[in-house]
Design a protein around this ligand. Structure first.
Ligand code: XIL
Length: 341
C-alpha cells in the first residue's frame, strides 16, 4: 500500500526535476493565495533563515512577539520593538503581515493573570491592548487573530474555561470582535483554532460558534485553521474542502494559519515523502477552494520549530531542514502549485 503510494508520489518529484524551479511565493501568487511562515525576528540575523523567508514566502506572522505577554510588559507599557523589526523585514521584501493574537489563554502577562482586576477593568485592559496594537500596526498588518483557541478541545466542545470567559462572560467573543472593529474599521478579523481543519466534532463546534457570531452581526471576517497535524491526523482534501466551503458560505475567508506536519524522530525517509504529500494536498486544496486565501507554516526551518519542545519524540515538521535546505515537502508544494489549473 505504502509502496504504491510512494511510487505514485515519486512521480511528483520526477515532474519537479523537469520543470523549471520557481519560488513558492510566485506560484502562490499566480493562484491568488499567500504563502507565509511564522517568524522569530531574532533569527532574521541568520542569513540562511532570512534568505529562505524572502525567497519562498510573501507573508509573515510573528510566532510570539505580537502576543499579549510580549507586547504588554506592564499595564501602562507596550513593547513593539521586535514586532516592528518583523514588519520592517516584511515591508522591505514586499511581504504581507498577519497579526497573532489578542485574546488567548496562553502567553498572557503575569501582571494581568495574577492581578485582582474587576471585570470592567479587564474589559478596559483588553480594549486598550487592541486599540494600541491596531493603531500601531494600522495598514501594516492586514488580518488579526482576535480570538485564539476558545473552543474546548474536549467534547462537547463548548467554550474553553479561561481567564477571558471567567472575567468577561460567555459573550466575550462578541465583545472582543466588536471592540477590535471599533478600533480599526478596515482590518480583517479572524477566529483561529486547532484540530478543526477537516470535518469533525471540533470543527462543527467552531462552525457553529462563528455562525452564531455572524447571525448576531458580530464583525468577523474569517476563520484560521491552524493545521498542526501528523501524517495520521491530517485532513483529507475532501474534508478540508468541505470545511472551507461551509465557512465560505457564511461569508468568511479561510486562512490556514499554523501548518506543520510533525514526524516521529528521527524521521524515516519515506515519512518525509508522505509529509510532502500532505503539504502538497493541503496547499493545493486551499488554492482550489474558493474562500481559502492563505497558507502559513508555523516556522521556517526544523532547527527552530516549536514541535520538539511541545510534542516529545516529534519534529522535522516544516518545509526546510535544520540547515535551511529544502525538504520533499517544499518540492511537493512547488509541484502541486505547478500542476493544478
Ligand atoms: C507557540 C510558539 O510556537 C512557541 O514558541 C511558544 O512557546 C508557544 O506558542 N497555537 C498557537 C500558537 O496559536 O501561538 C502557538 O505558538 C502554537 C499553538
Amino acid at each position: 500500500m505504502f509502496a504504491m503510494k510512494a511510487r505514485l508520489f515519486l512521480l511528483v518529484f520526477a515532474v519537479a526535476a523537469i520543470l523549471p524551479a520557481a519560488s513558492l511565493r510566485e506560484l502562490a501568487d499566480a493562484h491568488g493565495i499567500l504563502i507565509g511562515a511564522a517568524v522569530n525576528p531574532a533569527l532574521l540575523a541568520d542569513q540562511a533563515y532570512a534568505d529562505t523567508l524572502a525567497r519562498d514566502f510573501n507573508l509573515v506572522v510573528a510566532e510570539n512577539v505580537m502576543k499579549f505577554g510580549p507586547t504588554r510588559p506592564a499595564r501602562d507599557r507596550y513593547e513593539f520593538t521586535a514586532a516592528d523589526q518583523l514588519v520592517d523585514f516584511a515591508q522591505s521584501h514586499n511581504m504581507k503581515v498577519r497579526g497573532h493574537n489578542f485574546v488567548w489563554h496562553q502567553q498572557m502577562p503575569r501582571w494581568l493573570t495574577s492581578g485582582t482586576f474587576s471585570s470592567a477593568e479587564v474589559a478596559g485592559i483588553l480594549q486598550d491592548q487592541m486599540r494600541a496594537m491596531l493603531s500601531h500596526f494600522k495598514g501594516k498588518v492586514f488580518a488579526w487573530d482576535v480570538v485564539n483557541e476558545a473552543v474546548d478541545p474536549d467534547p462537547p466542545h463548548g467554550l474553553r474555561k479561561t481567564f477571558w470567559l471567567d472575567k468577561l462572560g460567555p459573550d466575550y467573543l462578541d465583545k472582543a470582535f466588536r471592540w477590535a472593529r471599533e478600533a480599526d474599521p478596515d482590518v480583517k478579523l479572524f477566529y483561529n483554532d486547532y484540530d478543526a481543519d477537516g470535518m469533525n466534532a471540533k470543527s462543527d463546534a467552531v462552525y457553529n460558534l462563528v455562525r452564531g457570531l455572524k447571525a448576531r452581526g458580530v464583525p468577523i471576517d474569517g476563520v484560521g485553521l491552524q493545521m498542526h497535524v501528523t501524517l495520521q491526523s491530517a485532513p483529507t482534501a475532501e474534508h478540508l474542502a468541505a470545511n472551507i466551503r461551509r465557512l465560505a458560505a457564511l461569508g468568511l475567508d479561510v486562512h490556514i494559519t499554523e501548518m506543520d506536519v510533525r514526524l516521529a524522530t528521527p524521521a524515516k525517509p519515506e515519512d518525509l515523502v508522505v509529509q510532502g504529500k500532505v503539504y502538497g494536498t493541503i496547499v493545493a486544496t486551499c488554492a482550489l477552494t474558493p474562500g481559502c486565501k492563505v497558507v502559513l507554516t508555523w516556522g521556517v526551518n526544523d532547527a527552530h520549530s516549536w514541535i520538539p519542545g511541545f510534542h516529545k519524540g516529534f519534529g522535522d515538521a516544516l518545509l526546510f531542514d535544520a540547515q535551511s535546505q529544502p525538504k520533499p515537502a517544499r518540492t511537493a508544494i512547488e509541484v502541486a502549485l505547478k500542476l493544478i489549473p
